[in-house]
Design a protein around this ligand. Structure first.
Ligand SMILES: [Zn+2]
Length: 81
């Protein structure tokens, strides 16, 4: 089942359905949700998610018990010179 995301609101290119990694800062923690279904603009990189996907993301982010068991990765933190 392919969802039609329509055109990019910024540049009018046709959005392509993909699974993406999306990062969120929540209560001072960086949380990455992987495999998020989204429409991605091949021209400007804009991303849109369907409202039900957005709702599900909000549920995940509001439930630390869901992501507190997730694997943790280290990320480089670089101070802007
Ligand atoms: Zn675009």
């Amino acid at each position: 089942m392919k969802y039609n995301y329509g055109e990019c609101e910024i540049c009018d290119a046709k959005l392509v359905g993909k699974r993406i990694k999306q990062d969120f800062w929540i209560r001072g923690k960086l949380v990455v949700i992987d495999n998020v279904p989204a429409g991605v603009c091949p021209r400007c990189g804009a991303r849109v998610v369907r409202s039900e996907v957005g709702k599900r993301i909000a549920e995940i982010l509001e439930s630390p018990r869901i992501w507190s068991k997730a694997p943790v990765i280290q990320v480089p933190v670089v101070e802007f010179p």
